[in-house]
Design a protein around this ligand. Structure first.
Ligand code: FES
Length: 605
């Protein structure tokens, strides 16, 4: 590790560091223009010049590209350096008088009007080549190059044609110090923006991202499909920049095996896709959104920063973030979209829509003060503590108008979303010109819930919600010992219910693992090892995974035979294995054939 002196301060830097790095480590600011820490430096603009003395010779060097050598003595603020930077800026300003970045730097050095004149004025490009270097050396694509000499030199694609080689990543535009690069000049199709899944695709995210605020662990992940490194083998900017060296492109998904005493299943829920209601136009009309999309919009950490806009009017910045839009002055909320609909959709009540719609109307009023909210409902079901009072407050004190009836059709007309519905209390048809329509879609189990249930051997109902052992007496337990349920995996649940249930499940799980001794049900299946012929017909019928293999060995340890074995901790004594066993080798304790015949004999003398 070389040691050098910067402005009389001795500093040791890492191998491969530049003089600019050494100055930064000393807390010194050196102006730069053609330097980007993720791109190899070329010392093209020479704004970053400093005086370096080595072997008795003092020279002006470009600090961003000059290696920090052992014994080098560096001076960053001498009169000679200032004169050099000033001269460079005068030349750059003469070439690119419109560039705001250069104007700003020139002002800082007291340069108002350059003494030079060039014929090729009104350019923005300073020919630093940062875009060429990033495309070649970092992204590894080579779609941008220099063409021509002297005054005619310019940055173009090879043969000045739109390039198929360019992947449209926009890295050239990101690093360009004067903002003069437009990637659209190089390729007709830019890299598509990656929708931010957590914000329902309203805004975009990068290929390396933290999945959502407060993620656990709160660490970034790499999206392999969109990451340029995985697509081209180039880039790797995140690995270069990460000071902790935490980026590992070779890391693979791993399966880890843990032995646990209890499992709490909390797979949550997802929303029913309201596109199934073709007449509502969800997916076709951007101003028809789901309640979850509305929830993200009103969230302060959401894509709009808590502002409610019509999605059709979203304004985006260059980074794909929403920066503005039109406020919806009339907002219609439609409840029970997909739920309580026996024929085509889901017959059950989604439990949470009444309350969150009431909350949404209130939030809407807070965000759009002079807006008008309408709520189409079938019933208002508000059975929790203070729930009814909250809904009454929304309907009476606030501006939300509750209309009892269903919505028949939603369609666009003159820039509005027209909502046709029925008011079943007055018997009238209703037509509302809305700016935004929010559909409170039914709650359905998470995708993959059935696969998990089958893996864990727990039961599920016809809607794919997991079954509890007993709805009243064992509401957080499953029929499989040691597996508990919490939250919306069992049925649609709101937050207080979920928290209460999760606390119960956690207590049950803890109650299992803190004990030294366990009790089990006395009525379990047992195998007669003498008659079992190891056909294992019993194994697939056991819903609890309680059937295993047992090796019978003689005194010398030689394997004699393999038989079925019942794990009494898992067995629930249902007897399915006993009725399947062809050799009659399995019986349920307390209900053996001999005991049953004895009972019959006693009853029928
Ligand atoms: Fe160092 Fe341009 S920033 S030469």
């Amino acid at each position: 590790m070389p040691t050098l002196t910067v402005n009389r301060q001795e500093i040791e830097v890492a191998d491969g560091a530049t003089v600019l790095d050494a100055a930064k480590a000393c807390g010194l600011e050196i102006p730069t223009l053609c330097h980007h820490r993720g791109v190899p430096s070329a010392g093209a603009c020479r704004i970053c010049v400093v005086e370096a003395t080595s072997r008795g010779r003092t020279r002006l060097i470009a600090s961003c590209a000059y290696p920090a050598e052992e014994g080098l003595v560096v001076q960053t603020e001498s009169e000679r350096i200032k004169r050099s930077r000033k001269m460079t800026l005068e030349l750059l300003l003469a070439r690119c008088p419109e560039s705001e970045r250069i104007q700003e730097m020139a002002r800082e050095l007291g340069v108002d009007t350059p003494r030079f004149k060039t014929e090729n004025r009104n350019q923005k490009c300073i020919m630093c080549g940062l875009c060429v270097r990033v495309c070649n050396q970092v992204i590894g694509v080579g779609a941008v190059c220099f063409s021509g000499r002297g005054q005619t030199r310019e940055v173009v694609t090879p043969y000045k044609e739109l390039s198929d080689v360019c992947i449209g990543c926009g890295a050239c535009a990101v690093v360009c110090p004067t903002g003069c690069i437009d990637p659209a000049e190089f390729r007709d199709k830019l890299l598509e923006r990656i929708p931010n899944e957590f914000n329902c695709g309203f805004d975009s995210r990068r290929s390396i991202y933290v999945p959502f605020p407060q993620a656990v662990p709160n660490k970034p992940v790499i999206d392999r499909e969109n990451c340029i490194h995985f697509r081209t083998g180039g880039c790797g900017a995140c690995a270069q920049i990460c000071p902790a060296g935490a980026i590992d492109y070779e890391a693979e998904d791993e399966f880890t095996e843990e032995k646990v005493g209890a499992i709490v299943v909390t797979t949550g829920y997802q929303l029913y896709n309201p596109a199934a209601y073709e007449e509502y136009g969800y997916g076709r009309y951007p101003d028809v959104v789901t309640s979850l999309e509305f929830e993200r919009m009103v969230s302060a950490s959401g894509p709009t920063g808590g502002n409610v806009y019509r999605p059709s009017t979203f304004e985006y910045d260059d980074d794909g973030k929403i920066v503005g839009g039109e406020k919806p002055m009339v907002c219609v909320f439609v409840k029970c979209v997909g739920s309580r609909e026996e024929v085509k959709h889901k017959p059950y009540c989604s439990n949470i829509c009444c309350m969150y719609t009431a909350k949404h109307t209130m939030l809407y009023e807070h965000k759009v003060h002079d807006g008008q909210a309408f709520v189409f409902y079938m019933d208002v079901r508000a059975p929790g503590k203070n729930y009814e009072q909250f809904v009454r407050r929304v309907a009476k004190e606030k501006t939300a108008t509750y209309i009892r009836g269903r919505v028949a059709k939603i369609f666009p007309r003159n820039g509005k979303m027209v909502v046709w519905g029925a008011d079943t209390l007055s018997g009238n048809q209703v037509e509302i010109d809305a700016d935004l329509v929010v559909l409170a879609a039914a709650v359905v189990p998470s995708s993959g819930a059935v696969d998990l249930a089958q893996k864990l051997r727990i039961g599920y109902d016809e809607h794919e919600f997991f079954n509890e052992a007993h709805p009243k007496l064992r509401p957080v337990e499953t029929n499989t010992a040691g597996i508990f349920l919490a939250g919306a995996c069992q049925a649609p649940r709101d937050i207080p219910e979920t928290v209460a249930q999760a606390s119960g499940a956690a207590a049950k799980a803890l109650g299992l693992v803190v004990r030294d001794e366990y009790e089990r049900e006395p009525i379990v299946a047992c195998v007669d090892e003498n008659t079992c012929n190891a056909c294992f017909n019993c194994e697939p019928v056991c819903a609890y995974g309680a059937i295993g293999e047992k090796e019978i060995r003689d005194r010398k340890g030689n394997l004699v035979k393999i038989v079925a074995e019942v794990n009494p901790g898992l067995c629930q004594g249902c007897g399915a294995c006993a009725v399947t066993c062809r050799s009659n080798s399995i019986e349920v304790e307390g209900f053996t054939d001999a005991e049953l015949y004895a009972e019959i004999d006693a009853l029928v003398p």
